[in-house]
Design a protein around this ligand. Structure first.
Ligand SMILES: CC(C)[C@H](C(=O)O)[C@@H](O)C(=O)O
Ligand code: SF4
Length: 478
């Protein structure tokens, strides 16, 4: 055993070490050059792939591993008339280009309306393509989602997409590690979305920079795979390179029997390897953060970055009371954009639109929570509620379970799969000044449409807010 392997290692370090093709040399000044890392799974969508395919074509190169590459249409997809051609010309061209490229380079593609189509980060896990210990990349920042399986999953830029297409490797610099240990148990009604919003409010949107975060501790171990994906998904909103959770029985149970999961002896061998993917006792993280799960409540963002969030019971902050000058200026600007008044209790803020969906909270478990709250209730007068499944598979399953009927009976709009109102790249958008309670992951200015105001919440808070017309938790409903 080499000395390196004898040293206690973190989960992230183990996955990294197992994928080094060529180690980066240390230069004369003691600086480490990037390692060349093997990539196990490359996910592709219509927005960030066109130039990469062009580059490949111009260089006369083939796609190195079509079998490890999979594409789906998500960002530009209209969620109403998914079986018709796209009306918007830019979106139509984007999707057309992906189809031509996938055909030319032999990439498996799930096009609009296909039974496996959906948001790339919902589709990968659903097909059992995302597995513990893998390196997963995609030209999309929320690739961190796949870290919920104990994979090292990272968003990459278009030039890197081309590099992976050509070589199935990436040149990567080593990262720092951060442990986020969540002690205790989440109180009833408090979800993993509230937890990750609280984490980002605590460490800040730049707090994870350069780090791979590992979420661990009793509260994390109790979470379902869906809930774990929500957390890892938003690691990028803390500025991290990736987020991970060690695989365990919950992970194996989710994976077993999925189309691309190993079977028979291969399954047993895989589990044996996966069981070793835990941070060793004595492994040292560059930074450690502790969160007490029992103290958490539902969370709502009030500002224009995901770190500007507060418990639902709080009020819009007063910038003049914020000591840090930069933070105070940012808060003042955000409050102005959001059309809010300092001191207003969050529960009194009126909401026009509720969006349930995205790669953060568009999975079956999220929809079940929403259906439970909407069942026998109606969406508030004048409220627009969009419920958008993360994939067509999720939609089919929801319909099978009768959730679609509950949504329709409550007066919500039950859509086809896509990124939808998570970002303004398709017809599902906010109008200027509209206020939205959204289960997505970004609340930047104009994210859901020019002048739109986004508040990030959990599916439970989204559903209760849709009924009450103001921010609410399910417990607030009579
Ligand atoms: C379009 C894509 C590059 C982008 C991302 O990288 O995250 C999008 O998915 C988003 O959520 O903003
Ligand atoms: S759902 Fe939103 S965050 Fe996820 S990939 Fe689509 S646009 Fe990005």
């Amino acid at each position: 055993m080499s000395e390196k392997n004898a040293k206690p290692r973190t989960l992230a370090e183990k996955v990294w070490d197992d994928h080094v093709v060529v180690p980066g040399e240390v230069d004369a000044h003691g600086n480490a050059n990037p390692d060349l890392i093997y990539i196990d799974l490359h996910l592709v969508h219509e927005v960030t792939s066109p130039q990469a395919f062009d580059g490949l074509r111009m260089a006369g190169r083939e796609l190195r591993r079509p079998d490890l590459t999979i594409a789906t249409e998500d960002h530009n997809v209209p969620t109403v008339d998914i079986f018709s051609p796209i009306a918007d010309q830019v979106s139509a061209l984007q999707v057309e280009t992906l189809r031509r490229n996938c055909e030319e380079f032999g990439v498996r593609l799930h096009p609009m309306g296909d039974v496996e189509q959906g948001i790339v980060h919902v589709v990968g896990p659903q097909l059992g393509l995302t597995q513990p210990g893998m390196t997963v990349v995609c030209g999309d920042s929320h690739t961190s989602t796949h870290g919920a399986f104990g994979a090292l999953a990272m968003g990459i830029g278009t030039s890197e997409v081309e590099h992976v297409m050509a070589t199935q490797t990436l040149s990567l610099r080593p990262f720092k590690t951060m442990a986020i240990t969540v002690d205790g148990e989440l109180p009833p009604g408090v979800t993993s979305k509230d937890l990750i919003l609280a984490v980002i409010a605590e460490i800040g949107t730049g707090g994870g920079q350069g780090h791979v975060l590992e979420y661990r501790g009793p509260a994390i171990e109790k979470l379902s795979m869906e809930a774990r994906m929500t957390i890892c998904n938003m690691s990028i909103e803390a500025g991290a390179r990736a987020g991970m959770i060690a695989p365990d029985a919950t992970t194996y149970e989710y994976l077993k029997g999925r189309p691309n999961a190993p079977v028979g002896d291969d399954w047993d061998a895989a589990v044996e390897y996966w069981d070793g993917l835990r941070t060793d006792d004595g492994a040292v993280f560059d930074r450690e953060v502790h969160i007490d799960a029992t103290a958490l409540t539902p969370f709502v963002t009030w500002g224009t970055n995901p770190g500007q969030g507060l418990p639902l019971g709080a009020s819009i902050p007063d910038p003049s009371e914020i000591v840090d000058e930069t933070e105070a200026t940012a808060a003042a600007r955000a409050i102005e954009y959001m059309g809010l008044t300092p001191g207003t209790p969050l529960r009194e803020v009126e909401v026009d639109t509720v969006f349930v969906g995205s790669c953060t909270n568009g999975r079956i478990e999220d929809l079940r929570v929403v259906a439970e709250i909407l069942s026998g209730r109606k969406v508030a007068d004048g409220m627009r509620m969009l419920i958008v499944p993360g994939s067509m598979k999720v939609r089919a399953q929801a319909d099978e379970e009768g959730l679609g009927e509950i949504f329709a009976a409550a007066g919500a709009d039950w859509r086809m799969a896509g990124c939808s109102m998570c970002l303004g790249m398709n017809p599902d958008q906010l109008s200027p000044g509209e206020r939205c309670a959204s289960t997505s992951n970004r609340n930047f200015e104009g994210r859901q449409g020019k002048g739109g105001r986004t508040h990030l919440v959990s599916p439970a808070v989204a559903a209760a807010t849709a009924v009450r017309g103001r921010f609410a938790a399910p417990a607030d409903l009579v």
